[in-house]
Write a protein that binds this ligand. Structure first.
Ligand SMILES: NC(=O)C1=CN([C@@H]2O[C@H](COP(=O)(O)OP(=O)(O)OC[C@H]3O[C@@H](n4cnc5c(N)ncnc54)[C@H](O)[C@@H]3O)[C@@H](O)[C@H]2O)C=CC1
Ligand SMILES: O=C(O)C(=O)Cc1ccc(O)cc1
Length: 305
């Protein structure tokens, strides 16, 4: 593998940044990796794991970097950019890994200096774990990374970033920000909200004890509990920033749920059967397309901790 960037800086050293550091090293894709995280504890752990050259300030980490990747929660992107913007090297590429794209582009763009190429991205790979110890080198293997070029983004910068993600094991695709946010509202954001709700409902139900919920969890509920264990800060930010698309999908979800509720109440088995037949075909389509490798935990259980 040839070196894609001489120096990469990772800002925020959690699950995604640590997995990127390990995947970049595995592929020999970069000459040097620097990193910065706001909390001293996180910086210490990253040093102990030897993830990258951990700096005491964000400015120091991004200095002379050819690629800077923002790996912080979506709601923290603007604050981080305001801090590092002036220190970015002319000609450098700036990217991010945020789960929402339109809000990140709006938050970050005002701080991007002339001559710096902003190429937003989103790897569709993760787990319910967070922090620098959660990372693993194979996280992005055979997963998608969606690149969301903004109007006027330099094509050479986009293509170079795609080569990096491909070197980390991902397949790359390009999309505009609005479409990305709608697709992710359907495939990731609303499902997470439903999982959070279902686990909350089980927790509230006084007639079923917590120990019964744990003991008798069938596969469906187990998956919900895994997803509902995801980082609260990250997911708070996702819903606050992908508000429009999530509300649209939730509205549709609620309508269909009411229709199913009515079918159960009125004993309309035909409605239930027809509905489940349609949804089964979608699952089969995913399997036929060879994209079922991620069920139920994205096909990769992270390293034991
Ligand atoms: N966890 C997942 O499954 C996935 C997450 N993402 C996105 O990746 C980004 C990072 O997520 P994770 O790595 O999972 O989070 P994480 O919680 O594991 O790590 C976040 C890191 O950012 C640091 N941080 C937070 N606020 C900061 C600030 N103001 N300044 C500097 N550092 C700050 C934290 O100390 C931590 O090191 C998020 O935007 C998330 O939406 C994208 C794909 C999957
Ligand atoms: O762990 C899971 O099931 C996930 O859904 C991981 C995930 C979380 C957030 C993203 O933006 C992309 C992937």
């Amino acid at each position: 593998m040839t070196v894609v960037y001489d120096k990469v800086a990772l800002i925020g050293l959690g699950l995604i940044a640590s997995s990127m550091a390990l995947a970049m090293k595995r592929g020999g894709l970069v000459g040097q990796i620097t990193g910065y995280a706001r909390s001293r504890d996180t910086r210490d752990i990253a040093r102990e794991l030897n993830l990258c050259e951990v700096c005491e300030t964000a400015d120091e980490a991004v200095r002379d970097a050819d690629l800077v990747v923002l790996c912080v929660p979506v709601g923290a992107m603007a604050e981080v950019m305001a801090d590092i913007g002036p220190a970015l090297k002319p000609g450098a590429t700036l990217s991010d890994v945020g789960s929402v794209k339109k809000a990140v582009i709006e938050a970050v763009s005002p701080f991007v200096p002339d001559g710096v190429h902003f190429v937003p991205a989103h790897p569709l790979a993760g787990t319910e774990h967070s922090g620098p110890r959660a990372g693993f080198a194979t996280l992005f293997d055979n997963r998608w990374c969606i690149i969301v070029p903004t109007p006027g983004t330099d094509r050479a910068a986009v293509e170079r970033l795609e080569v990096l993600w491909q070197g980390m094991g991902a397949n790359t695709d390009e999309m505009d920000a609005d479409h990305h946010d709608l697709v992710l509202a359907v495939t990731s954001h609303t499902p997470h909200l439903i999982a959070y709700t279902m686990v909350g409902v089980a927790d509230d139900l006084r007639r079923v004890t917590d120990s019964e919920v744990i003991k008798y969890s069938a596969a469906g509920f187990r998956d919900f509990t895994r997803i509902a264990a995801s980082d609260p800060t990250m997911w708070r930010d996702v819903f606050l920033t992908n508000k429009e698309a999530t509300l649209e999908i939730l509205g549709r979800f609620t309508e269909e749920l009411f229709a199913l509720q009515r079918a159960i109440r009125t004993g309309d088995g035909d409605h239930l059967h027809a509905y489940f037949t349609r949804t089964r075909a979608i699952r089969r389509g995913i399997i036929d397309a060879g994209q079922d490798t991620d069920a139920p935990d994205f096909g990769r259980t992270p390293v034991k901790r």
